[in-house]
Design a protein around this ligand. Structure first.
Ligand code: NG6
Ligand code: CA
Length: 520
């Protein structure tokens, strides 16, 4: 009898244990399912500086929603765009190649041809190959249409984001200070009417509409002298370039943030059952800074501060949406900026006067356009709830050009040696598993710079040291520059004459990287 009881006992214990083990393994399986193919949202701010967020030390402005990413995730202090302007940084993000290797990757006009190859791997293609749905919402600025052909704005706009890996695209072609001031959904201009055909020109005036130059009295935001934002007036703001027609397709600047947010939310909702990659490329905080009414005057720092708050609100809305859909754990949210900050970038919005006491680049020297760190060292935050430990800080050296190879590594895809040649597979660094990132980086401002470990070398360059229009210190110097970033992040002490051998070595290594056609 006794024996029998024990037998039953052991039998049921075994059963109990088996059930527990089954339960645990099924939970692990659910967990894996959740985390091995997370959705990825890459939020890319425009012209946001290293010191513009309270998470990065700003005290005159508060960005609680973006700061949440730091509190609940990982904050990088040594993260970089490849370049100090938009088009080249975005080219690198899409292709995994340093932009200075290819001619024609500088800031593009609104009627430029597509510069991203359609027959090579791209960041969105990595996700498509992994079975993800891919979308871009926001600023594009990488051209449209085949090289060498003028864009016909009155036909479907083929050869753009859709042709380089995005299943869905809702975007504007260049920048909000450039014509055409239109939204495009996939291949079509939103609200297009064939009775009012659209023409765009960057050489001479077309049509009879007033321009900022001829009719400044019509402007609600004056252009700064000499910057050239005084051509066709759209929504009371002079633009770079001329356009005619498409009267009802033109946006109001005040609606851009809301339109993009609603399209991003729609994409998230529609794809909540698929894994997806969303490239959410904000218009904020680029000029013209013209926030929606609810944000006007809110920051007490003028329009530039107001659009920072609008940008922060946008990020908060995305986080809310993920929460509402129960998608926090299976969605990785990455936030960064395409280049450093600038105050006067073409419009008299009083950014210089009203930013007093605020340091847009934080401790860094220079800003947008510069070879100094202010040009391209940028905020970078990642939240992946349940996987990345909250409130982690990493000083790993990482660059936006690495996203392509890192996600390919994550999905176990092989990238040909001839493609994405400057993109390093450093996924463990990007999600905080290690603090070792890439070994070195070549960046582009006024001149090229080469950083390895603590040392940064800037190539000699005879161009003007200070940009006359924006007042930015460009980092140009006819003599070589060498900085020890571990002691001098503000790049104040040029140590080149103290360490001539170091300078020689770094200059040689930079030449080798240039000649090699790739650095990976
Ligand atoms: C510059 C514009 C500037 C801005 C920039 C592009 C002038 C004098 N300045 O050429 O206003 O539009 O291009 O910014 O034209 S970016 O963030 O897209 O690179
Ligand atoms: Ca930019």
């Amino acid at each position: 009898m006794r024996l029998f009881k024990i037998k039953i006992y052991t039998h049921s214990t075994k059963l109990f244990l088996a059930i527990i083990i089954l339960f645990i393994t099924s939970q692990i399986a659910v967990g894996q399912k959740k985390t091995s193919r997370p959705n990825v949202i890459f939020i890319y701010a425009d012209d946001l500086g290293y010191g513009d967020l309270s998470a990065y030390g700003a005290t005159k402005i508060s960005t609680p929603n973006i700061d949440r990413l730091a509190k609940e995730g990982l904050k990088f202090t040594n993260a970089h765009a490849t370049s100090a302007t938009c088009t080249p940084s975005r080219y690198a993000l899409m292709t995994g190649n340093y932009p200075w290797r290819k001619k024609g990757t500088g800031v593009l006009p609104g009627n430029a041809s597509l510069i991203v190859p359609t027959d090579k791997i791209t960041l969105p293609l990595v996700f498509q190959n992994a079975g993800y749905k891919t979308g871009i919402v926001g600023k594009w600025h990488l051209g449209l249409g085949s090289p060498g052909r003028d864009i016909n704005w009155n036909k479907p706009l083929k050869v753009g984001p859709n042709e380089v890996g995005f299943d869905y695209a809702y975007f504007f072609p260049a920048t909000s200070d450039r014509v055409p001031t239109i939204f495009i959904e996939n291949n079509d201009i939103v609200g297009y009417e064939k009775e009012d055909p659209i023409e765009v020109n960057y050489v001479e005036k077309i049509g009879k509409e007033p321009t900022g130059k001829e009719n400044p009295e019509l402007l609600k935001l004056q252009a700064s002298p000499d910057h050239g934002h005084n051509n066709t007036i759209v929504n009371g703001i002079g633009r770079i370039g001329w356009m005619s027609g498409g009267k009802r397709t033109r946006w109001a600047d005040e609606e851009i943030a809301h339109v993009f947010l609603s399209k991003a939310e729609q994409f998230i909702e529609e794809n909540q059952k698929n894994p997806f990659f969303l490239y959410f490329s904000l218009n904020d905080i680029h000029v013209p800074r013209m926030p929606s009414t609810e944000f006007k005057g809110k920051s007490k720092m003028g329009l530039r501060g107001d659009v920072i708050l609008q940008m922060d609100w946008t990020v908060g809305e995305i986080l809310k949406k993920l929460e509402a859909l129960g998608m926090e754990e299976n969605t990785m949210v990455i936030f960064s900026s395409d280049n450093g900050p600038v105050l006067d970038d073409g419009y008299a919005d009083k950014a210089v006067e009203l930013s007093e006491g605020h340091k847009p680049a934080g401790v860094l020297r220079g800003g947008k356009y510069s070879s100094f760190e202010g040009g391209s060292r940028v905020p970078w935050l990642v939240r992946w709830a349940g996987t990345i430990r909250p409130a982690t800080v990493s000083n790993a050296l990482i660059c936006q050009v690495d996203l392509l190879s890192s996600f390919a590594q994550f999905f176990q895809q092989k990238i040909e040696d001839t493609e994405a040649t400057d993109s390093f597979a450093i996924m463990d660094a990007l999600i905080g598993k290690t603090k070792i990132g890439r070994e070195s980086i070549v960046k582009q401002g006024g001149a090229l710079s080469y950083t390895k470990g603590n040392w940064k070398y800037i190539e000699p360059n005879t161009n003007q040291p200070v940009d006359k229009l924006t007042g930015t210190e460009l980092g140009n110097n006819p003599k070589p520059q060498l900085y020890d970033l571990s002691k001098d992040l503000g790049e104040k002490n040029n140590l080149a004459s103290q360490y001539p051998n170091k300078v020689k070595l770094m200059a040689e290594e930079l030449e080798r990287i240039k000649d090699a056609g790739g650095s990976r």
